[in-house]
Design a binder for this molecule. Structure first.
Ligand code: SF4
Length: 407
């Protein structure tokens, strides 16, 4: 059942540690822009039959994979419980998930353990359950510090709820908090975006993520766009908002370490860095993905199907894809360029036995000539590149850069 870790030699050697993602696919209701694998809860307090059955299945999947990790001598160095809204579960169920993961997975004592939490679903009992279980990082979905915009995008909370959640988390003892923000919301202008940044920075969270709104098909916003009801923010304003975030957050001590992520010194998200370094990770839960030694696995998407499979003693894995070395190389460059430090030739060579210039010489030259890539040459060897990284201009045109590395 699950990803067969015993038969798959993964990138991480014994003792290196792996990243584990755990998906909770429930929310109070669907936000208008959301195309994540999330579903409204079947009851108000997050303790209904569907949620309970799901949590039991999740703990069983963790137990099966935990045994295999332990047999291989692999420890969990980061654990990320995301969704959906993990805190939409009742405190009792949230505690059961956390205890089940802690009991069944070989989690390192110093592991980074994150839970995503949404204002309007957080209370003292849930905060306590998380702290008791060793959760040391909270990711709060604020999205905007503006009640009109929050209503317009279908969030269940208002600014006051976010402020209460943030204060309660601090009082409870959380010292590492991320705040998620979205810009380029319909009706948002530069001044309103600046107000959101100011209000969030005033709280001094350790980490801030800022994503621009992407309107996806199949969402309420997608339908509104098609019907001509929704007026998307134009590209120029979108870019101005991103620029403002970069400058404003840098001036206030936040290091811009990934396209959409900013952190006070020492507070980058270790879990997400695993993805950007294209390293091994294990995903548990409905729709979760795993990446181990040349293979990508996806679990069945629907929570009901996931529970049925686990209860029936079947693997929840719906798809397995063999990733060629060529694709691994491309993914490593594309994902690595998301980080502002870029891709180091020494690491690329250690992994693939080939230098960046040999693997992607023409692409790197062209992008560097266009001013989209910064290339640091190795002083000792003019044939080699030391580091490639996005330039400031490249940050704004990152998708174009990534496309260039595709076959
Ligand atoms: S809270 Fe997040 S996962 Fe849930 S519906 Fe809203 S955007 Fe989607």
């Amino acid at each position: 059942m699950g990803v067969d870790l015993c038969q798959e030699a993964c990138h991480s050697g014994p003792g290196d540690g792996v990243a584990v993602y755990v998906h909770i696919p429930f929310c109070v209701r669907k936000c208008y822009y959301c195309d994540f694998n999330s579903y409204p809860l079947d009851d108000d307090d997050g303790d209904g039959d569907a949620a309970r059955a799901y949590v039991d299945a999740l703990v069983r999947e963790a137990a099966l994979n935990g045994e295999q990790l332990a047999q291989r001598g692999l420890e969990v160095r980061t654990l990320y419980i995301g969704g959906g809204t993990p805190t939409s579960l009742h405190a009792r169920l949230l505690a059961r998930v956390l205890a089940g993961l802690g009991r069944n997975l070989p989690v390192r004592r110093d592991a980074e353990i994150t839970v995503e939490a949404n204002p309007g679903t957080l209370d003292g009992a849930k905060l306590e359950a998380m702290l008791d279980a060793g959760v040391n990082r909270l990711s709060l979905g604020a999205q905007a510090m503006d009640d009109d915009l929050l209503a317009r995008i279908g969030r269940i909370h208002r600014v006051g709820d976010f402020l209460e959640s943030f204060a309660a988390a601090r009082r409870a003892g959380f010292q590492n908090i991320n705040v998620d923000l979205i810009f380029a919301l319909p009706g948002q202008d530069l001044a309103r975006w600046r107000e959101t940044l100011e209000a969030v920075v005033a709280l001094a969270p350790e980490h801030i993520s800022t994503y621009n709104l992407v309107i996806e098909e199949g969402t309420r916003f997608g339908r509104e766009l098609e019907a001509g009801i929704l007026q998307p923010v134009d590209e120029e304003l979108d870019a101005d908002m991103y620029q403002l975030a970069i400058d404003y957050l840098a001036e206030r001590g936040y290091e811009h370490y990934e396209i959409s992520n900013f952190a006070l010194p020492g507070h980058s998200c270790l879990h997400n860095i695993t993805y950007w370094r294209n390293e091994a990770y294990l995903g548990l839960g409905a729709g979760a993905h795993s990446h181990f030694d040349g293979k990508r696995y996806s679990n069945v998407l629907l929570p009901g199907d996931y529970v049925t499979r686990i209860e029936g003693g079947l693997s929840p894995v719906a798809e397995v894809e063999q990733v060629t070395v060529e694709t691994e190389k491309r993914d490593t460059v594309i994902l690595g360029l998301r980080m502002l430090r870029g891709v180091l030739d020494s690491e690329f060579y250690a992994r693939f036995g080939i230098h960046l210039r040999e693997a992607f010489g023409p692409e790197i030259l062209e992008l560097s000539n266009q001013g989209l890539l910064r290339v640091n040459e190795d002083g000792d060897n003019i044939n080699n590149i030391d580091i490639i990284a996005l330039t400031r201009r490249g940050l704004f045109l990152a998708n174009e850069v990534f496309m260039r590395f595709l076959p």
